[in-house]
Ligand binder design. Structure first.
Ligand SMILES: [Zn+2]
Length: 774
């Protein structure tokens, strides 16, 4: 019964949609009603509006790392600046480490299923949450500046702190949080973006400390408080501020951190300090801690003495650091186009030495150079790459992978993998660290934009790099998958199924298509830079990006945003048929007479006419008989004139043979029929190969589909005979089926006849003319 109902329902909806189908869909209609309305905070041009505001939050943190128990203890002073026009009664903070508390909902958000054969870890993962009893933030105290406890409420990964009195627009509020947590083993689990990796062979750790201090949620004109729970997937929404951070840990540890170290003199040996000075003006990486020193350090007796590393960072949205006894450390400067220096640095264990000592810091500098070109000059004083077996990004510092084999050798693939991830993670300094989008909501705004610029930086590193993401053709397999496995790019981060494809690859491919195929490099690059300049150190949304790209380029891209970002249809343009036509040079068309007949009908009294009369309106022709003319007295439907005819003679003037030969002798007309099988409209790019072997690439803009989104017939005029024609020869549109991108050329032309112009001789019913009064 259910099946029959479903079937008949399906049939009915199919029938209904067939009934309402038009050749004219909405693919080219404007997005105004889809995008949020502009406000005084965010303009219709995509720029920050005249009343744009954003909150600010400064931190002073002191932390102690207990290596033996893998425990981190901290106190922080938070100063929140309310720049909003709103009065706030409470503040929301993020407790990301609570991701590792077993009792939180996020462990039950995903479905699961069984296989016939399963490994033990997969089975353990089904109930891993039961073992998560020792992790998460322990909040010891929250007090105001005077030491008075503040009321707070923890809701899983979020914490609300009630303000003792309302915080008015323009006011600041300072308070203290004391906390601690057990650091996770991020290799063995539970996994996290921060944690430690333990090296059994030499009994050492690499700590990567991130999402570690309770930190403010973003409060904005878009979301109010962005206090959507952290599930481990959707990343972060963070407020800019200044940081002063002191980390205390065993003296044999080397620290890599966001910001600039304030006390190297107290931390480094005289020799190391000298190398640090040398590195300031070096043209290649200088090792401040050498491989020998690092090897000695990791093998030596563990020190119980502590040291405190003191860092400052200005105008950053987050702060992260790493620490290990294993670290080699090298550095060299990069100067941006304004002459501002950034120290490019790398920290890595001996396992990564073969790749990292050669490539890491150079890749950091290369990233700053290329990203600065396409966005804004790198503004921070340092940029750091830390080898930590996996990739994750923070302001000025990121954690990457790239270890060699035990014998020190590595494959080309390993090397490129390491350089690729370094470019990607360092690139995140721009998206989202500086161009500070809301990652909790939109993964594509940082991962997609970053992956796109990453692909440009990789190509600029090595033009033969076989890129996995970025070029349009790399998205074809994803776009070919069943529609129930694809969601729009405009999908909340936590709801995405194929994360890498949706948030990284498809937006990056889309931006490449815009740059290479739709807008061209000049318009695209200028508009993209404009977006980066407008939103550097601010909080952009998707609409701000979409609007800026149009505003700064003068290209209507609503159809592209609609199709590529809001919908899931793939590109598949099919070349259905080719007709080859030439002008018949011998024969002329015969004159032909066309007769149109028109039967006169009694005028229909429409409702307006009836009401005009009923309203007592005075009509001029009735008041003055002299105004009554032919049109009111002549009633053809009552006469023998009821059928009116018009005679038209066509094909009157023809060419002489020589003239025709000169004008049309060489022309070949190719009439091509295309079907938009995929749904996503795209430019039609054709490569013509001519009889003499030369080629021509012709680009027809996507707007060719605007009057019929499914079928287009178009004629191309060529002076030479065409041997073959191919759609999308450079695979630049992500066309998912290339089998229908060409068709055999007809071997013989069909002929059409041509005349010069039709001297139109129209003869209308003579009675009509005769009855018009002068
Ligand atoms: Zn990323």
């Amino acid at each position: 019964m259910k099946n029959i109902l479903t079937l008949s329902f399906l049939f009915l909806t199919a029938w209904l949609s067939a009934q309402v189908k038009s050749n004219h869909g909405n693919k080219f209609e404007q997005l105004e009603f889809v995008l949020p309305d502009p406000t005084p905070y965010r303009g219709v041009d995509g720029a920050p509006g005249p009343d744009y505001w954003q909150q600010r939050c400064d931190y002073k943190i002191e932390a102690t790392l207990d290596v033996e128990s893998q425990h981190l203890y901290g106190t922080e002073q938070i100063t929140y600046h309310n720049a909003s026009p709103h009065t706030l009664g409470y503040l929301w903070l993020q407790l990301d480490e609570n991701q590792h508390q077993g009792h939180n909902d996020l462990h039950h958000f995903n479905g699961s299923d069984m296989d016939q054969i399963m490994d033990a870890r997969a089975l353990q993962m089904l109930e891993q949450w039961k073992d998560l009893t020792q992790y998460g933030h322990n909040i010891e105290a929250i007090t105001d500046a005077g030491g008075k406890p503040l009321k707070y409420t923890i809701n899983q990964t979020m914490m609300k702190v009630d303000l003792p009195k309302k915080l008015l627009p323009g006011e600041d509020f300072s308070f203290h949080v004391k906390w601690n947590y057990k650091i996770v083993d991020r290799i063995k689990g539970p996994r996290g973006r921060g944690g430690y990796e333990y090296f059994r062979k030499d009994d050492n750790y690499i700590f990567t400390i991130s999402q570690w201090y309770p930190r403010l949620c973003v409060y904005s004109d878009v979301t109010g408080w962005q206090n959507k729970q952290f599930t481990g997937r959707g990343e972060f929404a963070l407020t800019f501020g200044d940081f002063e951070v002191k980390m205390t840990l065993p003296e044999d540890y080397i620290v890599a951190s966001t910001g600039e170290c304030q006390n190297y003199e107290q931390l480094l040996s005289r020799e190391q300090l000298g190398r640090w000075q040398t590195a300031q003006t070096a043209t290649e990486p200088v090792q401040i801690v050498t491989l020998d020193e690092a090897k000695k350090n990791e093998a030596g007796r563990k020190s119980k003495k502590l040291k405190t590393w003191y860092y400052k960072a200005e105008n950053v949205r987050d702060f992260a650091w790493g620490a290990s006894r294993k670290f080699v450390w090298d550095a060299m400067p990069h100067y941006n186009e304004n002459g501002k220096k950034a120290m490019c640095m790398s920290y890595y264990g001996k396992e990564a030495y073969p790749i990292y000592s050669r490539y890491s810091t150079r890749a950091v500098a290369h990233t700053l150079k290329t990203y600065s070109k396409y966005s804004i000059p790198y503004p921070y004083p340092v940029a750091i790459s830390v080898e930590a077996s996996s990739g994750m990004e923070y302001p000025m510092i990121c954690f990457n992978f790239g270890r060699a084999e035990e014998d020190g050798t590595y494959t080309e693939r390993n090397k490129l993998g390491a350089i690729g991830v370094i470019i990607h993670e360092v690139g995140h300094n721009y998206f989202p660290m500086i161009i500070n989008s809301d990652e909790r909501q939109w993964s594509w705004m940082d991962e997609g934009l970053n992956t796109f610029i990453q692909s440009l930086a990789q190509a600029e590193f090595d033009n033969n790099w076989d890129l996995r993401r970025g070029p349009a053709h790399t998205i074809v397999s994803y776009m070919s998958s069943p529609t129930d496995q694809i969601e729009p790019i405009m999908t909340n981060s936590d709801n995405i199924v194929q994360f890498g494809m949706n948030a990284y690859a498809k937006p990056a491919a889309g931006l490449n298509i815009l740059r290479e195929t739709i807008m061209g490099r000049e318009l695209f690059d200028a508009a993209f830079k404009e977006y980066c300049e407008r939103w550097a150190f601010k909080h952009p949304t998707p609409a701000d990006f979409f609007r800026t790209m149009e505003d700064a380029s003068g290209v209507d891209l609503d159809w592209f945003w609609r199709g590529w970002f809001y919908e899931i249809e793939p590109v598949d343009i099919s070349l259905d048929s080719i007709a080859w036509l030439k002008v018949d040079l011998e024969n002329n068309p015969q004159p032909r007479e066309v007769v149109n007949t028109d039967k006169a009908e009694k005028p229909f009294q429409d409702i307006s006419k009836i009401r005009n009369r009923e309203s007592g309106m005075q009509f001029a022709v009735e008041a003055d008989p002299d105004l009554v003319d032919f049109y009111t007295t002549y009633k053809p439907w009552e006469t023998s004139d009821s059928v009116q005819t018009t005679r038209t003679t066509l094909y009157d003037e023809v060419f002489d043979k020589k003239e025709k030969q000169e004008k049309f002798g060489k022309k070949n007309y190719y009439e091509l029929r295309f079907t938009n099988k995929g749904g996503m409209v795209m430019p039609i790019i054709l490569e013509w190969t001519f009889a003499d072997g030369t080629r021509e690439v012709e680009r027809i803009p996507a707007e060719v589909w605007r009057k019929d989104e499914e079928k287009v017939t178009k004629v191309f005029v060529k002076e030479q005979e065409v041997k073959s024609v191919k759609l999308d020869p450079y695979r630049e549109t992500a066309d998912i089926d290339e089998k229908n991108n060409s068709k055999p050329m007809p071997t013989t032309p069909k002929f059409i006849q041509v005349y010069k112009k039709n001297k139109v001789e129209q003869v209308k019913n003579p009675m009509q003319k005769a009855r018009v009064r002068p």
